[in-house]
Structure formats: C-alpha cells, structure tokens
Write a protein that binds this ligand. Sequence first.
Ligand code: ADP
Ligand code: ASP
Ligand code: MG
Length: 420
Amino acid sequence: MSFLVMKFGGTSVANVERIRNVARHVKREIEAGNRVAVVVSAMAGVTNQLVAWVREASPLHDAREYDAIVATGEQVTAGLLAIVLQGMGITARSWQGWQIPILTDNAHGVARIKDVPGDKIRARLEQGEVAVITGFQGIEPERSRISTLGRGGSDTSAVAIAVAVKADLCDIYTDVDGVYTTDPRIVPRARRLPKVSYEEMLEMASLGSKVLQTRSVELAMVHRMRLRVLSSFAAPEAMQPARPETWDQIGTIICSEDEIVEQRIVSGIAYAKDEARVSLIRVEDRPGVAARIFGPLADTNINVDMIVQNTSSDGKHTDMTFTVQESDLERALDVLKVAKKDIGYFDVKSSSDVAKVSVIGVGMRSHAGVAAQMFKALAERGINILAITTSEIKISVLIDAAYAELAVRTLHALYGLDKD
Ligand code: ADP
Ligand code: ASP
Ligand code: MG
C-alpha cells in the first residue's frame, strides 16, 4: 500500500464531466489499496475570472480581500469532487486550507507555506477516507485571514500536503503527459523526459516552464519528495495503479540527479515573455551608483533579474540595463523617477517586447562551449542578444519577443532535443 497525493490542475477539472474522470483516477488507486489525498485547482478559467472581477472593482485593492475572493475557485472544485466520489461509493470529504490548516505567512497573493500539520489528514487516510483538499489557499494565522500562494500555487499545495502526510509519491496530473524538453505547445518536436533532476526542474520552472510552480519544486527538493507529472486525460482504468516498482513507467519523475543514468548536456529549453527591459541612459560612473538604483527597487519589493552595465567610454558616464517582471514595470519606472536626482541619469527607456530564452542542463557543469554554440546559432538566425545571464546549469539570453519561438526551436534542434 502506498500513500499518494494526486493533484489535478484547472483543465483537468474544467467541468463536471472531467471531475468524474478525475474521480475514476482516484477510484483506481483506492481499489488497488492505496491511500489518497487529492489536491484540486479551480475549474479552468475561474481564477482568471475572479482576478478580473477584483481588478474591475478596483485596480488598487486590499490584498486580503483579493485572497478571500480568488480562493473560492478551489472550494467549488473540492466540494464537487467529494460529491462525485461519494456517488461512486468512496468515502470522501472536502477540506479547505484553513481546516487542515495550511499555515502561511502574510504575503497575501504570493504567500509562502510555513507549516502544515499532517496528523489529522494522515489519520483519515489510514482509515481509508479520501481527503479532497483545495489547492492554492491557506490561512495566515495571526489575523486568521485566507491567503493564496500565487498563480499555479496548487502544485505547491500538493507537495506541502505530500510532505505533511509523509506520502510516498506526489502525482501532478495535468493536460500534458509529462515534462518535455520544451513547451510541447510551441515545439511539436519536443520530447517527454522520463526523468528530470530537481535542480534542472527548478531552473526550468523559474525560467518560464509553467508546468510546475517553482516553489513546488523547491519544496520537493528540500524534502526529497518524489514528484511525478502525468496526464489526467489518459483513460483512468487503462493506467496501472501507483506502485513503487512501476512508478517510472509513465509520465516524468522529478528526482535526484544520481537517479538519472541518461547522459545529456542540455535537458531543456525554457522561455518567458513576461519580462520587461529598463535602460538608464548616461548614469554617472562612480562608486555606489548601482546601490542607488537597485536599493529603492528592492525596498519596493521589485525583483530585478538580468543586469548589464556597459563600460564607460568617457570614464564619466555609462548605460545600465536590467529586467523586471512586466507586471512590475510601471512601479519600477515610478521608483526610478522618484530617485532620479539621487541616482543621476539622463534618460530612462523601457520595453516589454522582450523574451528570455534559457537552455538548462546539469551536463553544462562539465562541458565547455555550450554558450558559444548558443550565441553562434542565434546570430546565424539574425537574432540579437540584449542581455545574458548564466549559472552553473543554465544560460539565459534576452531577445526581442518577436523572435522567441524561432529561438526556442533553433536551440531545441541545436542541442539534439528534437524527436526523430
Ligand atoms: P495545470 O492547469 O494542470 O496546472 P498548467 O497549464 O499550469 O496546468 O501547466 C501545464 C502546461 O505547461 C502545459 O499545457 C504546457 O503547455 C506547459 N508547459 C510549459 N513548458 C512545459 C514543459 N517543458 N513540459 C511540459 N509542459 C510545459
Ligand atoms: N487556480 C490557481 C491558478 O489558476 C492555482 C492553480 O491552478 O494552481 O493560478
Ligand atoms: Mg499549473
């Protein structure tokens, strides 16, 4: 017998018919003797609608009320799935974040999970009851307010529950049958990866592959929780119930690097179109100027990603370019305007028509030349690079958004990732 968490995303629970299909996946596991906690997202499109209503009510709003509103989507799905399961003769009940409780900090809208006491749920699972848990939401205990974990946060709820109930496996069911070398909707020749290391998955997620929320991978990595990504659209009864001997026969397993035998230099390509570029023109070239630019941005909770500082041709002035999340651009420009006198720059230019394309692979640690190959291939396609950042296992370039898909396809072929 295994303890499982099964998480189903928005498209997998988009209507009652699909919720019935989800219930059949759960039934398969229960009939095989497994113990199951299910984590569900809101029905497809519901969270977007809720967010749109909040913004319509007021563009500037109380983040606690935002959470009270957007958390409702998951509550509906959890209740519906519990009803459908009961109709199939399976003992089940729904749980909201506060009932478990999933305790978070007070960063409403992007809250972090602090603790999840798992004993209560574990005891119910041991008795054979299915726990249907709302993803995405928790409770901030100091003020007893509902909190949400950021878009895509149900993945993180699933991993946190899996850790709390000491599950053997955390299955993330979605609308693709695993993690691919790149988004299969952009590159039809993308290949499914049977196994991906935590480190690579963390980079892929944070660099734009939204198949898993970044924090869910972080949490799984810290607790060494085995994650599997698989399709909810496969016929439920045709799938083998989860057993340790056959876990790795379907989907993608996210696991430790040393469990992966296949040698590859680049494992995947990610892209993100939600960055914006800011250039400060003719900044004075003197000690402390970077601190005067990035200090106020940090104080306003604006994350800066790539930074490029040009060398100064006259020894007095330089240009400084950096990127922020597109949603933070307006705020960043405001902050820079306020700090203009203190920083001392001539002009500020910005653009959100940029994309970040990244190649990721643990094999880069021991292989030179990956970056050079990348730059050459992009140049041959006439793609200009605006900024570059690297780490041990990834290289990211900022390019014109219009070329994002061409760049992804070019790099996918370059590193031999295309399926035959
Ligand atoms: P869910 O609603 O189940 O949480 P998401 O839409 O959040 O699903 O994530 C699944 C989507 O992630 C897929 O439909 C796919 O387009 C996208 N995706 C991006 N990069 C990848 C990748 N490398 N492998 C698989 N899917 C990816
Ligand atoms: N419903 C939330 C969202 O759309 C959380 C999730 O689906 O993971 O972002
Ligand atoms: Mg998701």
